[in-house]
Ligand binder design. Structure first.
Ligand code: DC
Length: 221
């Protein structure tokens, strides 16, 4: 009997496309570390704003990025990023960060600052005894792990996504963020060749997860 492979599951997609809900369920089902890279970009944005570093001021940005120290705290199955030992506050999910995060995420230096940290989550997952990791974001299957075991790309109609955010009681500039995230030069949001494209507009969360689970199971057997 061969050893079961270490799984790297990439899930990309636009805002409110169902990435977080599906990846959390998959993490539980397959004993994977759950890594929400959107929360990393949100945390770094909140930290830079707190320090008064504008996304338009490249020298200040480079200086600030060079001084940030990233580490990881495990919360259940989720990897929580700490910056200089501090976790992000709840405000990273609020309107203020929603309005700024795509501007910071478009800057190559910001993306570069997080690149090695994101790939390093494999070591965290191995060290903690997980069977693999499920990482969600915008460029996981295209840039971070182009050789992932499985790469999913989720999309859904904007009206359906707006409904999902409203049901969560959250305000989000979904269309504006998607436009900025898709049109940036570095690591834009797109379905990379070979990724499995799932349109979740008319699917329940369970149906999306079942589709993904069947493919993951196929990699294990
Ligand atoms: O997944 P989210 O909506 O919480 O992500 C917040 C923002 O972070 C999103 O608008 C774009 C950026 N992001 C990114 O550029 N690359 C990633 N891998 C994840 C998020």
């Amino acid at each position: 009997m061969g050893q079961s492979p270490f799984l790297i599951i990439a899930i990309d997609g636009g805002a409110a496309s169902g990435k977080s809900s599906s990846s959390r369920i998959l993490a539980d089902r397959f004993n994977l570390l759950h890594v929400d890279t959107g929360s990393f970009y949100r945390h770094i944005t909140a930290e830079l704003l707190r320090r008064g570093v504008l996304h338009t001021d490249l020298p200040a940005l480079q200086h600030a990025l060079g001084a940030l120290r990233f580490s990881t705290r495990l919360e259940g199955r989720s990897a929580r990023m700490l910056i200089d030992g501090q976790p992000a506050g709840d405000e990273i999910r609020g309107e203020h960060i929603n309005a700024h995060v795509s501007h910071y995420a478009a800057i190559p230096e910001v993306r570069h600052a997080l690149l090695g940290y994101q790939r390093g989550q494999v070591d965290v997952a191995r060290a903690q005894g997980f069977r693999g990791l499920v990482m969600e974001g915008r460029d996981i299957g295209s840039v971070i792990f182009p050789d992932a075991t499985l790469r999913f790309f989720l999309h859904a109609d904007p009206a359906e996504r707006a409904k999902r955010r409203a049901a969560e009681g959250r305000q989000d500039s979904i269309a504006t963020r998607d436009q900025l995230d898709s049109s940036r030069k570095t690591a834009p949001l797109h379905c990379p060749p070979g990724a499995i494209d799932i349109d979740s507009t008319h699917l329940t969360l369970d149906q999306v997860v079942e589709k993904m689970s069947a493919l993951i199971q196929g990699k294990l057997s």
